[in-house]
Design a protein around this ligand. Structure first.
Ligand code: NAD
Length: 251
């Protein structure tokens, strides 16, 4: 294990140069430079607009209304957020085919906005930029949902099947998306280098992905400004700012 080292960027570049099958794994920290607050840092607005657990969401219309109110309050906080230097570095690594894919816990769509094709992004916790019907699975835009809520005070239901509409994120207590988990574990089984950026690595099963990659022999690199519970498992730990560290990796 190597802790903060002055030539961390050079070491990271060397590991990337040597890798044949690299994957990325990102958390909320990669998006803070874009103005999207992370979850666990002090004074995070996610604590005052805490997402409603899935069972409560399903239990009452009042809870669903409150869930939408909190969701749109958070959306307003980072409306117009654009990809930053960290996202650009990942996009470069994917575009050059050095990186197979990015597994992300993020729901903000900024990896897609940075130019990474959707099929090279695995979203473990869904996507907050649209909604889905929990009945028939149909995708819905957020704009009309918000308009209905604001004009009628009632959350709309699916026009096709009458089902409950929910932001396409995975709430606490909601089953993980099986396809995304399968793809993430397959990447972890195959990779020889995993670059973990901006995650506190306390949310499971997501954090099991880097653990699996390391156990099957991959080199594990963790970039985060504070320690994580997986630092002792890592081959290289960089406690530094994400944008500054990854900027040299952009093309
Ligand atoms: P987290 O908030 O638990 O941890 C983020 C980590 O990144 C922290 O350890 C923090 O110190 C670090 N960090 C923040 N900015 C940094 C920077 N500029 N440089 C270096 N380190 C930085 O995030 P998580 O592990 O992804 O777990 C949060 C959960 O909440 C996820 O499951 C995710 O679905 C959801 N979430 C998503 C977003 C998003 O989509 N952007 C934002 C908040 C929460």
């Amino acid at each position: 294990m190597t802790h903060v080292v002055p030539n961390a960027i050079a070491q990271l570049q060397q590991l990337i140069g040597e890798a044949d099958a690299m994957m990325g794994f990102t958390g909320a920290g990669i998006s803070t430079e874009s103005g999207v607050p992370d979850f666990r840092s002090p004074n995070s607005p996610w604590r005052t607009h805490r997402p409603i657990p899935f069972d409560s969401f399903m239990a009452s219309e009042a809870a669903r209304k409150e869930a939408w109110r909190r969701k749109f309050a958070m959306d307003d906080l980072y409306a117009g957020a654009r990809p930053n230097r960290g996202h650009a570095a990942f996009a470069s690594l994917v575009a050059s085919n050095k990186m197979m894919a990015v597994v992300t816990q993020n729901i903000d769509g900024l990896h897609q906005a940075s130019g990474i094709p959707a099929d090279r992004i695995v979203e473990l916790h869904g996507n907050g930029t649209y909604a889905r019907c929990l009945g028939c699975g149909q995708r819905h835009d957020l704009g009309p949902i918000r308009k209905t809520l604001e004009t009628t005070g009632t959350p709309p239901v699916c026009a096709s099947c009458g089902g409950i509409l929910k932001s396409a994120t995975i709430s606490f207590g909601q089953p993980m998306p099986a396809d995304a988990m399968t793809r993430a574990y397959a990447l972890a089984e195959r990779c020889d280098l995993i670059l973990v950026v901006g995650s506190s690595l306390v949310v499971y099963p997501a954090a099991a992905v880097p653990v699996l990659a390391k156990r099957q022999g991959a080199t594990l690199v963790i970039l985060n400004r504070e320690p994580t519970p997986l630092d002792d498992l890592a081959d290289l730990v960089i406690h530094a700012d994400i944008g500054t560290t990854l900027e040299p990796l952009q093309n």
